[in-house]
Design a protein around this ligand. Structure first.
Ligand SMILES: Nc1ncnc2c1ncn2[C@@H]1O[C@H](COP(=O)(O)OP(=O)(O)O)[C@@H](O)[C@H]1O
Ligand SMILES: [Mg+2]
Length: 232
């Protein structure tokens, strides 16, 4: 099964989510996992290098692939339970090629206008790719949420924006927590740094909800016809 973590906004948490999902699936679900790093910035490859240099940690396999990666993904998927593709932050050939074969696409977004403004374009790319890959499930996931109670409405609003484009959005979110950054630096996942911590549970919930996906999602019912929040 190919899982793509994509989107066109840098810093939204794509690599972080891809890495943590890879560890969750391999360690907590005993699955074989290959990470595919399509980002020239090599964030995930650097994380893997750090991780695999530490003999205490379970190894994660990773390859770098760019451009027309469809056939590579199709042949690699026979050798692993999961292929997790970290696609970097642009609408490029690798992103579209991965979408043509992925079972799931997860698109992290921070509850910020700049991230939310990418929703229409992502919805457009996803619907185009679903014409060739109709089985593909896609969902947004809201990440790095502010924990202050007075900011809770921002999270709800971000979810509303996604639904207003008829796109599923996971109930599970990540809050902004230092442990994500701290674990990444050492080639770790949040589950390894604090197995019973809140961040570890956030990752588990995202993975479980994604695996259930078939995300139960109700199409957005606009209060006014044609209403599309943050339309650009
Ligand atoms: N939930 C979170 N809380 C705090 N920091 C986060 C969270 N998710 C990601 N980060 C941090 O944000 C930065 C950007 O994340 P990254 O995964 O590299 O983004 P992308 O791959 O989308 O460009 C990294 O330093 C990462 O550790
Ligand atoms: Mg990245």
């Amino acid at each position: 099964m190919i899982i793509l973590i994509g989107g066109e906004k840098g810093g939204s948490g794509k690599s972080c989510l891809a890495q943590n999902l890879a560890v969750y699936l391999s360690q907590e679900q005993n699955s074989t996992v290959l990470m595919v790093d399509c980002d020239p910035q090599r964030t995930t490859s650097d994380w893997i290098q750090e991780r695999n240099a530490n003999p205490q940690l379970s190894q994660v396999n990773c390859v770098q692939l760019y451009g027309k990666i469809r056939n590579d993904l199709l042949s690699l998927q026979h050798h692993y339970d999961y292929i997790i593709v970290d696609c970097g932050g642009q609408d490029n050939l690798a992103l579209r090629a991965a979408m043509s074969v992925a079972a799931h696409v997860l698109i992290p977004l921070r509850p910020k206008r700049r991230d939310l403004k990418t929703v229409p374009h992502m919805e457009d790319i996803i619907s185009t790719c679903q014409m060739v890959n109709p089985q593909m499930k896609a969902a947004f996931v809201i990440t790095q949420c502010p924990a202050l109670p007075c900011m809770a409405s921002r999270i709800l609003q971000a979810k509303e924006v996604c639904r207003s484009f008829d796109m599923p959005v996971l109930d599970a979110i990540t809050f902004s927590r230092n442990i994500y950054d701290d674990s990444e630096e050492k080639g770790l996942s949040v589950m390894e740094l604090d197995p019973s911590g809140k961040a570890a549970n956030e990752i588990r919930q995202i993975a479980e909800e994604m695996q259930l996906q078939n995300v139960e999602y109700t199409p957005y019912e606009p209060t006014r016809p044609q209403e599309r929040l943050y339309a650009v």
